[in-house]
Design a protein around this ligand. Structure first.
Ligand code: AMP
Ligand code: GLY
Length: 421
């Protein structure tokens, strides 16, 4: 089978790495890909937001299966265009992708499913939003309704911050994403995420993870896309996972099917856990980045079979073969990230590193320039390792990170601390 993966980050490198290990994969193309992906697969330049162009590419290259990595093409209906053309595709429809693209939509589906989540109000004008804040007080969470590249969430510790966030959002700080606003009850607890495959009807958990969103050690400083992650997440015990599946995932997926927008693909279930009870923080309609890197390291070749089973509606017969293993990924980012950073610095020392089923450096933002690997993004490398224990995986990952010669980059030294302390 010829396979096409859409995307260009560490998530897509990890997906490509797992897919390539499966003998079912005859040929893999990743569009647009990056310098690391180019070492294991063919990369093609293609506008992945253009469903018609992707469909033509699929026909020209005899692609039998398309895996869509990021949320943007999903939210703009690329999976629909492909399915209309009879192409097998992994990823939800535009309608179902609203579970990530609209926070008020998700809250309303949770209401209908009686799924535990934070209390909320949904507003289309600043006056009413401010009145809600004055009535309910702080701490509170103000969210732009639409896709804002992970930046549209303000945790306001006092009323003034919350009111200022309302002015920012309705003032256009997040563009169209902030034209509607959701104000949520602030939930305390520990966050973890669960990854669930869904085929429209059946669901299958494929693992848990925790990431570190803050840029600084000890989980301090500004938010980022994620500075590291590990799987499994010890806080998500089998009992809590079962509860999350029964009380949150299954009922919301049932509502989606009843409303004529069955969900198909991977569901990123962001949970807040307190006193043994999980509540939904958010859904994403894609794998997490960098959570995907640790999940792929643990799943290996079977990831392709599982994604294909989801796309073909065969999850009821599918099962995951788990090893009793742990994986961790450490993100190396450009100095300055998540603020302004420079592009084009050279990264050395990658060739000497091991590349096997327990050690892999996934590329998130790199290009090849005159034979050298250079940084092209904020998050640049995902140094990923597996082990019998989290400690062993972590030691391996940091041993690799220490060998990478990149003065223009940095990484956190404490990834995994919550699970190890
Ligand atoms: P979201 O984009 O909705 O996932 O929000 C980003 C981050 O903000 C989450 O990962 C949480 O850390 C935090 N967050 C979002 N909603 C809440 C909430 N209701 N209570 C506490 N923290 C939240
Ligand atoms: N690492 C968080 C996310 O992918 O949304």
């Amino acid at each position: 089978m010829n396979i096409l993966i859409l995307g260009s980050g560490g998530r897509e490198h990890a997906l490509a790495w797992a897919v390539m290990q499966n003998p079912k994969c005859d040929k893999l193309i990743v569009a647009p890909g990056n310098a690391g992906i180019a070492q294991i697969a063919e990369c093609a330049s293609l506008d992945i937001m253009d469903g018609a162009a992707v469909t033509v590419f699929v026909e020209e290259n005899a692609i039998g299966f398309v895996i869509i990595g990021p949320e943007a093409p999903l939210a703009s209906g690329v999976a629909d265009r492909l399915r209309d053309a009879g192409v097998l595709v992994f990823g939800p429809s535009e309608a179902a992708a609203r579970l990530e693209a609209s926070k008020s939509f998700t809250k309303e589906v949770c209401d209908a499913a009686k799924a535990p989540t934070a209390g909320y109000g949904h507003f289309t004008d600043a006056q009413a939003a401010k009145a809600h804040i004055r009535k309910h007080g702080a701490p509170t969470v103000v969210k732009a309704d639409g896709l804002a590249a992970g930046k549209g969430v303000i945790i306001a510790m006092n009323e003034d911050e919350a009111l200022a966030a309302i002015d920012d959002m309705f003032g256009g700080a997040f563009g169209g994403a902030g034209a509607e606003v959701v104000i949520e009850e602030f939930m305390e607890g520990e966050e973890a995420s669960l990854f669930v495959l869904v085929d429209g009807e059946d669901v299958l958990s494929i693992g848990s993870a925790q990431d570190h969103k803050r840029v600084g050690e000890g989980d301090t400083g500004p938010n980022t896309g994620g500075m590291g992650a590990y799987s499994p997440a010890p806080v998500l015990t089998p009992e809590i996972e079962a509860r999350a599946m029964e009380e949150i995932v299954k009922p919301t997926m049932r509502i989606m099917a009843e409303r004529g927008m069955p969900y198909q693909g991977v569901l990123y279930v962001g949970l807040m856990i307190k006193d043994g009870l999980p509540r939904l923080v958010e859904y994403n309609v894609r794998f997490g980045d960098p959570e995907c890197q640790v999940l792929m390291m643990r799943l290996g070749a079977q990831a392709l079979d599982l994604m294909q089973a989801a796309a073909e509606g065969r999850l009821q017969q599918a099962q995951v073969n788990w090893g009793d293993d742990h994986a961790i990924t450490v993100v190396m980012a450009a100095n300055g990230y998540p603020g302004a950073y420079e592009k084009g610095s050279q990264i050395k020392g990658l060739e000497a590193l091991p590349e096997d089923s327990s050690n892999m450096v996934f590329h998130a933002g790199t290009a090849r320039l005159d034979g050298a690997i250079v940084a092209t993004g904020g998050r640049v490398l995902n140094v990923t390792a597996r082990g019998d224990s989290l400690q062993e995986a972590r030691d391996r990952a940091y041993a690799m990170a220490d060998q990478i010669d990149w003065p223009a980059g940095f990484f956190r030294r404490d990834i995994g601390w919550r699970a190890l302390d």
